[in-house]
Design a protein. Structure first.
Length: 272
């Protein structure tokens, strides 16, 4: 089995070594590691040179993480695809665990768990994750998967899963959305899938610097706009999923309100 790992990188000289080493230390599959240097202006490019024999490095003008991921989607070669952010890193057993699960279940998607790692060494495991092993067939998607697109952000991040490449081939991330672009991309990905497996294993370390787009760098208005775009897209999928009811539509729109208030609350916490 060949697995493509797509890593968009921008000015990440402090963390890119750790990120790439966490991938190259994996076993259990042939790896196709694609690093997109998205116009970095720090020492990132020079650090990447050390890995030119082990990873594919593509350098582009700075156009954002979605455009960088899209460049990776143009050239990947794997049977399955993973996405990894450049300040994050994988657990040592991640790929072997995922390959074993795929070979056992023939899953189109395997969703795993993550932990947040803070600069002071503190670790937090978010509650809004799938916590048990379960093989979910297509007929059960509305109750066991699709409803989580409506009720929260559990299904949003593309980094917390591995995907059969046929689900994604020819598709692209929206580059006009600084947030929630993962969620929009995931809608069609899960709609295309026939079998999804959730596992309780924590395989991904999300490094919580507090400076990312989900922190305070995106304005409330911009976040509202992006979440509203996602909500409108989600409503079109409710019809495809056989879940298009007035109550479901109301819940989708309320999701935007709740996420916007959460953004305001986090901003106020930073100020206070």
């Amino acid at each position: 089995m060949k697995i493509s790992v797509i890593i968009p990188v921008y000015n990440c000289e402090k963390y890119i070594d750790r990120c790439i080493k966490s991938v190259l230390s994996q076993n259990g599959a042939q790896l196709d590691v694609i690093v997109i240097n998205d116009g970095s202006t720090d020492n990132t490019g020079r650090i990447l040179e050390k890995y030119k024999d082990d990873v594919r490095i593509v350098t582009t003008d700075n156009r954002g993480s979605s455009a960088a991921r899209n460049k990776g989607l143009e050239i990947f070669e794997g049977d399955y695809i993973m996405f990894l952010d450049s300040d994050d890193y994988l657990f040592e057993s991640a790929v072997k665990t995922l390959v074993d699960t795929i070979e056992k279940t023939d899953a189109d998607i395997v969703k795993f768990r993550y932990q947040r790692v803070f600069p002071d060494g503190k670790i937090k495991i978010d509650d809004n994750q799938f916590k048990r092993y379960e093989v979910i067939e297509k007929k059960d998607f509305p109750e066991k998967l699709y409803r989580y697109f409506i009720d929260g952000i559990r299904m949003n991040s593309v980094c917390i899963g591995i995907y059969r490449s046929s689900l994604i081939k020819g598709r692209r991330f929206r580059s006009d959305m600084p947030v929630a672009e993962d969620a929009v991309f995931s809608l069609k990905t899960y709609t295309n899938a026939k079998r999804v497996v959730t596992i309780p294993d924590i395989l991904y370390n999300y490094y919580n610097t507090g400076k990312g787009l989900t922190g305070t760098s995106i304005s409330v208005a911009e976040k509202f706009k992006c979440n509203n775009i996602f909500a409108s897209k989600l409503i079109t999928y409710l019809k495809v999923w056989g879940m298009d009811t007035p109550f479901a539509r109301i819940r989708v729109r309320l999701r935007v309100v709740f996420l916007t208030f959460d953004k305001i609350k986090r901003i106020l916490q930073k100020i206070i």
